[in-house]
Design a protein around this ligand. Structure first.
Ligand code: BTN
Length: 253
């Protein structure tokens, strides 16, 4: 079934053909007062945004390119936790609808067969140290064919179709993502980050792995051992020296 069972997430949902980026579309709507749970989905993005200034490949009709407006009441810490929460929701939705064993690479990539099928971009607008709204951008490569990918992405990116061998219904997956997101968001608002952190750790391909982290403070190398209460990745550098990694990229060794 592709019925939407959510109360808040997607109660206000717009599908457009083409845009520069659904993040910008969502930002405009948020500025005009769009309520929490508003969703904007595009068939195509002409300049999809990735993390760290990268581009996100968003061909017409082949993926789920969507942005979700959130209006949290909490402080700044919220943002990195929401990134992880979004990863948990998407990963669970993919597992549920396709049966494929997707995993999460810290902080926000969803992988299948060691290749990326989904990226998450969380952007917050802050005023006087208060979050006005967050936009959770989710890009899932659903039915992209291998030949369609630009050369430089072929070894690192994949799609649900490439992995499963057949096309996946985007509508069913969108409904599942919104459903899982709503469940995780409710859990988070009621019980805090701890239950989300344990779900994340269970779905993670990063925990217990040797990692090299590129952080603003330089390179950190060690074993990823878990998340701290803020959502930072804890890396054991040896000799009992465990450091939190807040941002940056993680390479699995
Ligand atoms: C990343 O892994 O670098 C994050 C990729 C995020 C892509 C999604 S697609 C929908 C939304 N709109 C964008 O321009 N980016 C996000």
């Amino acid at each position: 079934t592709n019925a939407l069972n959510t109360v808040v997430m997607g109660s206000n949902l717009e599908i457009i053909k083409s845009t520069v980026s659904t993040q910008e579309e969502a930002r405009q709507r948020a500025e005009l007062g769009a309520p929490e749970g508003s969703v904007i989905i595009a068939e195509e993005q002409t300049s999809g945004k990735g993390r760290l200034g990268r581009k996100w490949f968003s061909p017409y009709g082949k993926g789920i390119w969507m942005s979700l407006i959130l209006r949290p009441q909490q402080s700044l810490e919220y943002t990195s936790q929401l990134t992880l929460l979004t990863g948990v929701a998407v990963c669970r939705a993919i597992r549920k609808t396709t049966g494929l064993q997707a995993g999460i690479k810290w902080p926000n990539d969803i992988l299948l067969d060691h290749r990326k099928i989904c990226g998450i971009l969380l952007e917050s607008t802050i005023e006087d140290k208060v979050v006005r709204y967050c936009i959770a951008g989710i890009g899932i490569s659903v039915n992209v064919d291998l030949e369609e990918y630009p050369e430089e992405l072929r070894d690192i990116a994949t799609s649900l179709k490439i992995v499963s061998g057949s096309s996946v219904d985007r509508t069913v997956l969108i409904a599942a993502v919104l459903d899982e997101f709503e469940t995780m968001y409710q859990l988070y608002n009621q019980e805090g980050f701890l239950p989300i952190a344990s779900l994340w750790e269970a779905l993670s391909v990063t925990i217990n792995q040797e990692v090299v982290c590129h952080t603003p403070e330089g390179l950190k190398e060690g074993i990823a051992v878990g998340l701290d209460p803020s959502g930072a990745l804890l890396v054991d550098m040896g000799m009992g020296d465990i450091v939190p990694v807040i941002s940056g990229d993680v390479k699995l060794k």
